[in-house]
Design a binder for this molecule. Structure first.
Ligand code: NAD
Ligand code: ZN
Length: 368
């Protein structure tokens, strides 16, 4: 795939004839060459939300030539709206516009919009083209890459969905200028995750560059996004449908999803729950004797330096963790499977944690 002229970096998700580029750069939203090559036909539906529409919708829409049939679908903002009802609204908008199987959906927004627009694309007329234009750091380093799409169900987060790969991922770093600090920190949780599971050198780089990242330094952001996307792309290419190694991307997520469910979607941000969840996973790895004190303290420090919580929510009991943890998609038999650290930069999936050790962690882990 040819690199886009003003993209700082172009990576490839290597999935054979379903492979696609990730362009990371500045000014991509206002560059028609970034988007036009990936449209499937004449019909385009931009899916976004009420917060992002006033900021970026017009800029993006202006890049699309007049002869195209361009429609927009603007959804309410929030994790609590990541539901099948909202996907139904996207399907409705596509049908009302008379869109056929050669239409293209463009997801303009964070992970919530990307997951829902992706699922609408996976299912509309059994599958149409879609393009990810992620506008949060979390979406730029994680959710827009790899083709996991779907919605929440009242009984569980992300419990309904499909694997459906985009045709391209366009990461415009400029769009982070309007992102609130809390959302930046949440995105950094997933960035730290990549260092912890796969790349100790990247983790050291993050320790040295955390301030620059939090200050929106474009060069540092481009580097962090590119390295994160490269790790994710490699893992997805190896194991697209999460039979084994892709599950490593869930470091901190088993604990984190329980926190999100307990607090009600949207009260703790996903990345915040993952920050505390990774701290819990690192602590458990220490108690198993897998990592040493120095590695544990580096893990906790880098999470804290990103502005993320280390402690679990006040009032959350052992069973509030265990209920959702037992429904986790990683479990195959009766034993809980957890992503743990063998050392910094090397994670594994293990069902060997003695239940007494897990109970002790859940009972005594600090709360705030
Ligand atoms: N599919 C995957 O592989 C995958 C991976 C990780 C997370 N996820 C999912 O992603 C979701 C979380 O994504 P998220 O953190 O992007 O949350 P989000 O989509 O809710 O976005 C966070 C907030 O930022 C706003 N926003 C987005 N871009 C903005 C911008 N440029 N300027 C100002 N505000 C902006 C949004 O409107 C929202 O209020 C969760 O539902 C999670 O399950 C999916
Ligand atoms: Zn996540």
């Amino acid at each position: 795939m040819t690199p886009l002229a003003d993209a700082l970096r172009t990576l490839t998700v290597d999935l054979g004839d379903r492979g696609y580029p990730i362009h990371i750069g500045t000014g991509l939203l206002s560059n028609p060459d970034a988007i036009l090559p990936y449209l499937a036909g004449q019909q385009v539906m931009i899916v976004t939300n009420e917060t992002i529409a006033p900021l970026y919708l017009e800029t993006l829409a202006q890049q699309l030539p007049e002869e195209l049939d361009v429609q927009t679908c603007i959804l309410p903002d929030g994790e609590q709206y990541k539901t099948i009802e909202q996907v139904n609204r996207i399907w409705g908008a596509l049908l009302e516009a008379g869109f056929n199987r050669r239409c293209t959906l463009i997801a303009l927004g964070g992970g919530v919009i990307g997951d829902m627009a992706g699922y609408a694309a996976a299912s509309y007329q059994r599958g149409v083209a879609f393009i990810q234009v992620p506008t949060t750091l979390l979406a730029q380093v994680d959710s827009s890459v790899g083709g996991k799409t779907g919605v929440n169900h009242p009984l569980g987060k992300n419990m309904v969905g499909a694997f459906w790969q985009p045709r391209a991922v366009l990461v415009d770093i400029d769009s982070l200028a309007t992102l609130p600090d809390r959302e930046m920190s949440a995105g950094l949780a997933e960035v730290i995750k990549y260092g912890l599971i796969r790349d100790e050198v990247f983790l050291s780089w993050l320790e040295a560059n955390m301030e620059a990242l939090r200050a929106h330094d474009a060069r540092a952001l481009a580097e962090a996004i590119a390295r994160s996307c490269q790790i994710k792309a490699d893992i997805v290419a190896e194991d697209e449908t999460e039979q084994d190694v892709r599950a490593l991307l869930n470091l901190g997520h088993t604990f984190g999803h329980a926190i999100e469910a307990h607090q009600g979607y949207g009260n703790w941000l996903h990345g915040e729950a993952i920050g505390a969840g990774m701290s819990m996973a690192a602590t458990l790895s220490r108690r198993l004797g897998w990592i040493d004190d120095a590695a544990l303290s580096r893990s906790l420090q880098v999470i804290e330096s990103a502005g993320l919580p280390l402690k679990a929510p006040l009032g959350m009991q052992r069973d509030d963790f265990l209920g959702p943890m037992r429904r986790d998609k990683k479990n195959t038999g009766s034993r809980l499977r957890l992503v743990l650290l063998r050392e910094l930069g090397d994670a594994c999936i293990s069902d060997e944690t003695p239940i007494s050790l897990l109970n002790d962690l859940l009972d005594h882990y600090p709360r705030a």
